[in-house]
Design a protein around this ligand. Structure first.
Ligand SMILES: NC(=O)CCC(=O)C(=O)O
Length: 290
């Protein structure tokens, strides 16, 4: 495995996560306006993160095809404009992406704009949630991990993109770590019933990869599924720098990337990884199931 130089993280980055309340009865336009207002009210952030499928509803399977959008849609033009006007990097959360033709595949695609409103990266969710229902039935899985450099006047950091259920698969984060990720952004639509998993797995991904983790969840309810909230910003020690409750809110924290780089130098656990671990005793990377 080729490992990127970890010194790609430096400086200070102020990040905000916008925890959005979902309500099945609200129109898409009303929700977009609310999100624009929430983002416009944030001060001092370099990077703002929105949740997974905040427009469509993470569990609104029946309406996904109807509400799906293409990368050229007006909604994304508005998100790009928001990033440009507010001069923030904007992880606009994820969207149900489709191509122009009606029968196209759909993907759960995350979108990152830079602070001039340019589209910097897209990431198609790799691990689909729902077992034999929901995402595996309706959408196509991505197959490319994405790590992208985020650069501002005061910071530079390679940033890994992942979505919700991906958080349960540590090998994805190991892969992004090898590609230099020192910050992981995790938009989600994670239910209340498993919110302790959400909180613990975010801290675990931070500690084991010596990286910051920004988890931005939905709250409210979607097709009778109570959504968990508890968005959090975690440092590489697993310390929660900011955490929401279940209300619609913005959380914000300053990420000190110089301290992270120093921690990685003085406690260099990542260099002790054994790449031969999967070939030991003939096991493959896929765990036993049922
Ligand atoms: N939208 C999701 O990926 C939900 C994931 C989830 O509920 C879980 O991992 O638990």
């Amino acid at each position: 495995m080729v490992r990127r130089d970890v010194s790609t993280a430096a400086g200070q980055l102020n990040v905000a996560a916008v925890q959005i309340e979902f309500d099945d009865t609200e129109s898409l336009e009303a929700r977009i306006l609310r999100v624009e207002r929430l983002v416009s009210g944030i001060t001092g952030a370099d990077l703002v993160v929105l949740p997974e499928l905040w427009l469509h509803g993470g569990f609104s399977y029946d309406s996904w095809r109807r509400s799906a959008i293409s990368l050229e849609s007006d909604v994304l033009a508005r998100m790009s404009e928001l990033a440009r006007i507010r001069k923030v990097w904007l992880h606009a959360g994820s969207f149900m992406e489709t191509l122009a033709d009606a029968d196209s595949d759909m993907w759960n695609t995350s979108i990152l704009f830079d602070n001039s409103g340019n589209l910097e990266a897209t990431y198609k969710k790799i691990h689909r949630f729902g077992f034999s229902d929901g995402e595996p039935k309706l959408i196509t899985a991505g197959s490319n991990p994405v790590v992208v450099p985020v650069r501002t006047d005061s910071a530079t950091v390679r940033t890994g993109l992942s979505t919700c259920y991906d958080l349960r698969f540590p090998e994805l984060y190991r892969h992004m770590s090898a590609d230099g990720a020192a910050l992981n952004l995790v938009p989600a639509c994670w239910p209340l019933a498993r919110v302790e998993h959400w909180k613990t797995l975010g801290r675990a991904r931070a500690i084991e990869n010596q990286a910051f983790v920004v988890q931005c969840n939905m709250t409210g309810s979607d097709q009778q599924e109570e959504l968990g909230g508890h968005s959090q910003i975690v440092d590489a020690n697993g310390t929660v720098l900011a955490r929401a409750g279940r209300e619609e809110t913005v959380i914000q924290a300053q990420l000190d990337l110089d301290i992270l780089a120093e921690m990685r130098r003085s406690f260099p656990v990542l260099q002790d990884q054994r790449e031969d671990i999967w070939s030991m005793q003939g096991l493959s990377g896929k765990g036993a199931c049922c």
